[in-house]
Design a binder for this molecule. Structure first.
Ligand code: 3HC
Length: 302
């Protein structure tokens, strides 16, 4: 991998300044990780409260690093200052890469990215943190699809090593190399994958989650399944994982996969994840999913 990353580093554009669209769990996590690893980042959202939350979360993570003796306070302050929260695209004409992490909805992403394209210089790499939508589908309204690439991070971003870099049919090789280089600079392990619904990880993860959903429909106790899968060796069981990922995101990934592979992974009829979404139990992000998180918003339920 080191050799491969060196080649990408030669062929890509160094990301000295970056931007992220969206200050939610994913966008905020990407911005924080970028800054922590030395790449200053502009974090744009359409809502001030969301920006405040993103900045507060970064502050919390940095305070933990200081407390654990991994960072000096002055360094932590400098990192926090290198995340610029903003409601507009000021300064986007000077960044080398923008990662879009807005809501997982094809039309919204297309609209946001088409508008973004007018605010950055040609050659600036635009990356979508889509979970499962095809890059070529998202790229449809773009004037410069050659600069557009997928960069799929996993939740929680500061901890999860893997990043899927997705090359669309029109993505130029140098844009892929830039995305790979940026992921490496963030301390991640990027892999380049082909453009298809669900890419690599969600094509593997979805059958597992579907099997869990079917078990629940058959009457299984979700907590017992979690305990069993954790004893088996997974870091978190499927119910808790869905709470962390977000029920709405999980349901959407399931839909994209079912539409993409109707024979292999058909839509499920009695689907606990969809039932959760209908009941607005989105998981950790709003305090209730399979488990409840009122007393500890990100704590592991016991
Ligand atoms: N943000 C930042 N850091 C976090 C964190 C968070 N939300 N959650 C945990 N951490 C850090 C902790 O601070 C700790 O760091 P330290 O060792 O430096 O102190 C480290 O992670 C381990 O945390 P814990 O000891 O508290 O807990 P665990 O050992 O249970 O690990 C976990 C937590 C790393 C999240 C682990 O449970 C895990 O790997 N879970 C699986 C997560 C996963 O599969 N994510 C992918 C979901 S799929 C997805 O996102 C794609 C989408 O398209 C659907």
């Amino acid at each position: 991998l080191k050799k491969l990353y060196k080649r990408h580093a030669r062929e890509g554009r160094p990301v000295k300044q970056a931007a992220v669209l969206g200050a939610g769990i994913m966008g905020g996590g990407i911005a924080y990780t970028s800054a922590l690893r030395g790449t200053p980042v502009r974090m744009k959202d359409i809502a001030q409260p969301q920006l405040d939350l993103g900045m507060a979360e970064a502050g919390k993570q940095l305070a933990k690093q200081v407390k654990n003796g991994r960072l000096a306070q002055a360094k932590a302050d400098a990192i926090q200052a290198s995340i610029v929260p903003q409601l507009d695209e000021a300064g986007f004409d000077t960044v080398d890469c923008v990662v879009e992490a807005v809501v997982e909805n094809l039309e919204v992403k297309r609209k946001v990215l088409a508008a973004l394209e007018c605010r950055v210089k040609p050659g600036t790499v635009i990356a979508s943190n889509t979970s499962s939508l095809r890059i070529d589908d998202i790229a449809q309204p773009l004037a410069r699809p050659e600069d557009f690439v997928g960069m799929h991070f996993f939740n929680p971003v500061p901890v999860m090593q893997l990043v899927e870099v997705i090359q669309g049919a029109k993505t130029r090789d140098a844009a892929v190399s830039t995305a790979v280089g940026y992921a490496v600079a963030m301390g991640k392990t990027p892999i380049v994958v082909k453009d298809c619904p669900g890419f690599l990880v969600n094509r593997i993860l979805t059958p597992y989650i579907n099997a869990f959903v079917q078990l629940v429909a058959d009457g299984a106790d979700f907590e017992a399944v979690d305990r069993a899968m954790e004893a088996f060796g997974w870091p978190m069981g499927p119910a808790y994982l869905q709470d962390v990922v977000g029920m709405d995101v999980g349901a959407h990934v399931g839909d994209v996969i079912a539409a993409g592979y109707p024979q292999r992974m058909p839509a499920l009829e009695r689907n606990a994840v969809k039932l959760m979404v209908a009941n607005k139990r989105y998981g950790q992000k709003n305090g209730a999913g399979f488990y409840r998180y009122e007393n500890d918003p990100t704590g592991r339920p016991r």
